[in-house]
Design a protein around this ligand. Sequence first.
Ligand SMILES: Cc1cc2nc3c(=O)[nH]c(=O)nc-3n(C[C@H](O)[C@H](O)[C@H](O)COP(=O)(O)O)c2cc1C
Length: 194
Amino acid sequence: MSNHFIREVIVTTQSAEGQAHIAPMGVWEEDGLVTLAPFRPSRTLDNVLARSVAVVNACDDVRVFAGCLTGRHDWPLVAGTMAGTLRLQDAVSHQELELVRIDEDAQRPKLRCRVALEQAHRVFAGFNRARAAVLECAILASRLHMLPAEKIRNELAYLAIAIDKTAGPAEREAWGWLREKIDAHLAGTEGTPP
Ligand SMILES: Cc1cc2nc3c(=O)[nH]c(=O)nc-3n(C[C@H](O)[C@H](O)[C@H](O)COP(=O)(O)O)c2cc1C
């Protein structure tokens, strides 16, 4: 079990050729360094190795998380302060990271980064159950191939309660994108043994 406080964030990077990339990731702090742990193969990994910089965006728009998992990668970006960095235009806050060490691993190398700069752009609006439910649903949607259909249905039913009670239009839209993906998966698994 991990003992780290893991933040679910949006990591924005750029390829050597200057192509932007956006990916949800869980990051944590260890020995004073922010750690990114992308599974191979990963464009985020390639980009950080190419440029030695990355941006961690604290993002409260769950459409970005749900969108990246459902083929919607085009979210507004603006240049960061450091060369080669891009951040989400709508980030609540962001950190610009410099790669200082790589702890190699065949499946999931750890990219240890120094926080070179951090900026706050908006105030924290408070917790929201529907946003947390969309985030959980995004994790669920990224693990469909590993889970039995009954578990997926049970988790969805539980998460739907928070959506019904506390979602605004953005959270409902994000939930709808993920449901579409999950429902297509469940339709495809019907008739196959568990
Ligand atoms: C909340 C959340 C957290 C995630 N955390 C990670 C992570 O720590 N490492 C990882 O490789 N993928 C993570 N993923 C899945 C990646 O976003 C997804 O696989 C992405 O395509 C990464 O590959 P890329 O760098 O090639 O885009 C996460 C997804 C979600 C929704």
